[in-house]
Write a protein that binds this ligand. Structure first.
Ligand code: EPU
Length: 438
């Protein structure tokens, strides 16, 4: 049964929330602990479902995981890494895509890995072809079985030259987590360089890896024979921070996001300012509100870093329904990340989707029949509705819309939001949201 929230909209959100470590770094750093011969300590760990899923998978493979989100620190001891039963892996994988990143570390430690059917948000087809190609290039063999994929390394994996067709975050992480203990040099071209990836590289360097990152998306990794544990504080979650900023804007409130970090949010902050958002940065975080000046529409294209993150797109679109004029959004990372706008239209928004690339450059989805561009006409009055959470970021965006709308909304399936937004109900309380469960 899905969890329901009844939201009474129309109250500006005012107050303070805290963001901790980035979901998209924490889960990967946890996987990296498998590569070490000694204990790792990770701080700033948020209380989200993805951390529980990865902890469960690590424990299945013999890693002792202690500590927890209450004090924000995990202690990961990989001394007794062992094979796990296929059925157990399957049961633990939940709706996460992280199991695929276990491949490299498990191939080094055990010579084989098993990958169940992957979950994750339904924001596009999300194939794993880059991952499998990368692993084969290192010398691994991939075998399809009815219950998933079995990957094994007949001998030590070998460093190699790889060029990704697209700077995929996950495939870049796959290369990093595999190359650090492969024999010899690996050169990765067209790598993703998101701050979370640079933070993962920092983790691996602490463990003993040798990795250089050039400005032209080329990453070079010199394989080493042994890695130790790490001691690391995760970078803050810039997606969560931007989500609260969008909530402050859409509800005409003011939210101080403790822990929000300006350098990793530069591109978001520029767009936020252009649409009439205001912010003030201090040593503790960033305060977001909405300027009194007339609001302007924007032309926006999502892209890999340092572009505008695809994960910022969904909450920002809700904010765009409250700006004046026609905004254009071209989603170039996921082919189906604008589908969530249908429910916003049911709430009174005017958002038209297009198959054409409405941005400056044609993208991979241009001639392929995907509704991946949007024209958002604002400002529109939103009204309460019955809505079903479609995916993690879309779900939080619906909450923002419901909080900005006049009247009551019932948001179904809020359990999905726990995957990436820790204690979000407590945080809604802290900013004065008016809602009840059920
Ligand atoms: N792609 C392929 N083949 C592959 C891998 C990716 O075609 O083998 C395509 C994807 O279909 C997509 C594009 O490449 O069109 C980019 O995907 P990427 O691999 O970069 O995404 P990911 O690693 O699966 C991570 C985050 C996402 C975030 C993206 C982009 C995690 C666990 N997930 O996904 O986060 O949107 O990078 O920044 O790190 C979220 O947090 O809500 C979320 C979805």
């Amino acid at each position: 049964m899905s969890d329901v929230l009844t939201v009474h909209g129309g109250t500006p959100l005012r107050g303070e929330v805290q963001v901790r470590g980035a979901k998209n770094l924490v889960s990967k750093a946890m996987v990296a602990s498998l590569l070490g011969e000694s204990v790792s300590r990770l701080r700033g760990v948020p209380e989200i479902a993805d951390v529980r899923i990865v902890s469960g998978l690590l424990e299945l493979h013999g890693v002792d995981v202690s500590g927890g989100p209450d004090d924000g620190e995990l202690v990961l001891d990989p001394t007794n890494v062992e094979r796990a039963h296929v059925a157990d892996i399957d049961a633990h994988a939940g709706s996460s895509r992280i199991p695929i990143l276990f491949c490299g570390p498990l191939l080094h430690r055990l010579g084989e890995a098993f990958i169940p059917d992957l979950g994750g948000c339904r924001i596009g087809e999300r194939p794993i072809n880059y991952h499998m190609d990368v692993l084969r290039q290192f010398g691994a063999e991939v075998e399809k079985r009815p219950e998933g994929l079995r990957i094994h390394a007949p001998k030590r994996l070998q460093g190699t030259k790889i060029a990704l067709p697209f700077p995929s975050v996950g495939a870049t992480e796959q290369v990093l987590l595999t190359a650090v203990r492969a024999e010899g040099l690996t050169e990765l071209r067209n790598a993703a360089t998101e701050p979370e990836i640079l933070d993962l590289i920092a983790v691996l360097q602490k463990m003993g890896a040798i990795i250089s990152v050039d400005i032209d998306r080329v990453v070079r990794i010199e394989g080493v024979d042994r890695l130790e544990g790490f001691n690391h504080r995760a970078i803050p979650d810039r997606i969560e921070a931007a989500s609260w900023a969008s909530a402050a804007f859409a509800t005409r409130g003011e939210i101080f996001v403790e822990g929000a970090s300006q350098p990793d949010m530069m591109t978001f902050l520029n767009v936020f300012r252009k649409i009439g958002g205001a912010f003030e940065v201090d040593d503790r975080g960033i305060r977001f509100w909405r300027d009194a000046d007339p609001k302007r529409a924007v032309v926006l294209e999502t892209d890999v870093h340092p572009g505008f993150m695809t994960d910022w797109q969904q909450p920002l679109v809700v904010a765009l329904t409250q700006t004046s004029g026609l905004s254009i959004v071209h989603e170039t990372v996921y082919e189906n990340r604008l589908g969530f706008t249908r429910a916003l239209n049911d709430m009174g928004a005017t958002i038209q989707l297009y198959r054409e690339c409405l941005g400056g450059l044609p993208c991979r989805f241009g001639q392929r029949n995907f509704l991946h561009s949007a024209v958002v006409s604002g400002p529109t009055k939103l009204h309460g509705a019955e809505i079903e959470v479609p995916d993690l970021r879309g779900g939080f965006s619906y909450l923002i819309a419901a909080l900005a709308a006049e009247g009551d909304s019932r948001v179904h399936g809020i359990e999905l939001i726990y995957r990436g937004y820790e204690r979000f109900l407590d945080k809604l309380d802290a900013v004065g949201a008016n809602y009840e469960r059920g």
